[in-house]
Design a protein around this ligand. Structure first.
Ligand code: GLU
Length: 270
């Protein structure tokens, strides 16, 4: 090989490496955010469109941290997989109706809270026999594995006939087809389903909240720096009216009113 040829080969290699680096850069630089894909009003994927309050909170926070929407990769984060997704670095943060709890804080950290919800029940509109957790005896109930909802209802109604699915949308289908009598989780999530065109007039949220769910933004355990940046963004989101606007457009449009204490002030990061 003469000098010129070596030069050309070297240039080709450099170009190839450059392109490869560029390609991987693109993926590597993306901010991976875990959301729900099947919770209307909170986190919903329809084709390439992502909507809902959690998605808007995530977009706002990302933007404030210097990441425009086209640099976000949305990752589905089912309830039972959230801690693992963070621990293994498959996502950088999770904004997915994710309640702050002591046991979760052993594995991950939370920024926020940015919303306070409460656990409730969803029933068929014509079923008047279920009026709250105390009337669940002998009823077939559905919730999601890895959620605080499944855990709380088992503690409060020890004899309950609980089926645990992977997602709330599966529970809602089971409710509609009479395979279960009620679905339990946060009132926000239940309101989002009840307002769907396909369920119009068929489903009813009972309206007897029996827990307090403080939604946090899950991050890698101990990342105080990131927690503080997120909290700053959340405070700005509330102060400039974007929190309210995002709420009105998503859950507000579903006829849901935020309970007392909303919007909450973020906690100190530790
Ligand atoms: N907020 C509750 C939780 O974090 C229930 C909703 C959910 O499973 O995403 O477990």
């Amino acid at each position: 090989m003469n000098i010129r040829r070596i030069g050309a080969a070297a240039a080709a290699v450099t170009l190839a490496l450059g392109l490869a680096a560029c390609g991987s850069d693109e993926d590597g630089d993306k901010l991976k955010i875990g959301i729900k894909f099947d919770q209307p009003g909170l986190g919903l994927k329809e084709g390439n469109e992502y909507t809902g309050f959690d998605v808007d909170v995530a977009r706002y926070v990302a933007e404030k941290m210097g990441t425009p929407e086209d640099q976000i990769e949305w990752v589905q984060a089912p309830s039972a997989q959230r801690e693992t997704l963070l621990e293994t670095g498959q996502v950088d943060m999770i904004v997915a109706t994710y309640s702050i709890t002591d046991s979760r804080e052993e594995k991950v950290s939370f920024a926020g809270p940015y919303f306070i919800a409460g656990q409730d029940l969803l029933v068929r509109a014509d079923d008047e026999s279920i009026t709250g957790p105390q009337s669940l005896d002998g009823k077939r109930l559905c919730s999601v594995s890895g959620s605080t909802s499944a855990q709380t209802v088992q503690e409060q109604v020890p004899g309950v006939n609980l089926q645990e699915f992977g997602t709330y949308s599966e529970c809602v289908s089971a409710l509609q087809s009479n395979a279960v009598d009620a679905v339990t989780t946060d009132d926000t999530i239940l309101a989002g389903y009840a307002a769907q065109d396909q369920y119009q007039g068929q489903l009813r949220v009972v309206g007897e909240s029996f827990s307090e769910e403080l939604y946090g933004i899950g991050i890698q355990k101990g990342d105080v720096d990131k927690c503080e940046q997120i909290n700053e963004a959340l405070t700005e989101m509330i102060d400039d009216g974007s929190w309210q606007a995002a709420f009105d457009e998503s859950l507000g449009a579903a006829g849901f009113t935020p309970g007392p204490g909303n919007p909450p002030e973020p906690d100190t990061c530790s």
